[in-house]
Design a protein around this ligand. Sequence first.
Ligand SMILES: CC(C)(COP(=O)(O)OP(=O)(O)OC[C@H]1O[C@@H](n2cnc3c(N)ncnc32)[C@H](O)[C@@H]1OP(=O)(O)O)[C@@H](O)C(=O)NCCC(=O)NCCS
Length: 203
Amino acid sequence: MKNTRYCQTVNTNGRSRASLLRFIRQLMHIETVAEYRIPNRVHKLINRLLVESFSDYPLERSYYKLLPQFRYLVWVGEDLIAHMGIEHRVITIAGIPARIFGLIDLCVASSYQSQKIATSLLQQIEELGTTSGIDFLMLFADDPRLYTKNGYHRVANLCRWMMVDEHQTLGVGEESMSDCMMVKQIGIQTWQDGTVDLLGYLF
Ligand SMILES: CC(C)(COP(=O)(O)OP(=O)(O)OC[C@H]1O[C@@H](n2cnc3c(N)ncnc32)[C@H](O)[C@@H]1OP(=O)(O)O)[C@@H](O)C(=O)NCCC(=O)NCCS
């Protein structure tokens, strides 16, 4: 998978916050990496960032329930400063299949927040999805602000999913997720009312 390097104009004389942000962005390296290629050393860094970002994150692994298919990792030098996991899946909406990218565990290290790094990652996955035949981007978030700003909206469909906890399948859940489920249409298929079958675990 590809590596991309952020290149923006840097005002080396500037001491303002804006020029500092531009400088950081020039140092930033966004990596898109397939899960199976991530070495243990990097899984440890991912775990550390996730534990710092989410209060209830498991201490010993780099995923909450199951492995994503690929991830965006943002580096400044050897420091991992942001993360987003991606689930590539077919779901059904009112019985109609749709291809989705599910966004998982998006986080930015606290000292790098409010610099549009998460927004950049959302833009990157949208570009990739648009050129890869993806119908919808989808995520579950209690706080909608970042996503609303980036064109996502909440949906209230009844959802069906495979319940997984600590590496055990517990059954099938069915519930509306109107307080956290968000989608963004990026293909020609439009979102419909009706049951959403996630055809897998709730990411
Ligand atoms: C949410 C988060 C990824 C945003 O990263 P970021 O690079 O600072 O985001 P951007 O600079 O692109 O956008 C910032 C906007 O996101 C929104 N935002 C802030 N915290 C947020 C949160 N926890 N959830 C959703 N949106 C949030 C605000 O509108 C913010 O605007 P502001 O800086 O003017 O207040 C980052 O705050 C974070 O890692 N938080 C901890 C982990 C988390 O809650 N992740 C979301 C899981 S769904």
